[in-house]
Ligand binder design. Structure first.
Ligand code: SF4
Ligand code: SF4
Length: 89
């Protein structure tokens, strides 16, 4: 199976990887990824901890289909929360 590839402005080949998931256990809800994304891929969401009766904010993948594979979110994230995968074509 081939992978989707593109080219840089300089003509070099590259293989974009697209966001798959954000680890809610690692996310601290800082919002840096959200601010760095130029698309509508990410959205904050609340997680309820019934045991401790707390609600915390974490980032979630709201629209993975709008991801362009730029990796800006991963560069901005201080907790290494993101996983990515190339696209098979
Ligand atoms: S890879 Fe780029 S487009 Fe995709 S979610 Fe991250 S910042 Fe947004
Ligand atoms: S940058 Fe990382 S830690 Fe901060 S909200 Fe996004 S996924 Fe969570």
């Amino acid at each position: 199976m081939a992978l989707l590839t593109g080219i840089t402005k300089g003509g070099a080949s590259w293989t974009p990887t697209f966001v798959e998931a954000i680890d809610p256990e690692s996310c601290i809800g800082c919002g840096r990824c959200f601010k760095s994304c130029s698309r509508t891929v990410l959205a904050p969401t609340e997680i309820e901890d019934e045991e401790n009766d707390t609600i915390s904010m974490v980032m979630d993948v709201a629209d993975a289909d709008d991801c362009i594979g730029c990796a800006g979110c991963a560069v901005a994230c201080p907790k290494d929360c993101f996983t990515f995968a190339p696209m098979e074509v």
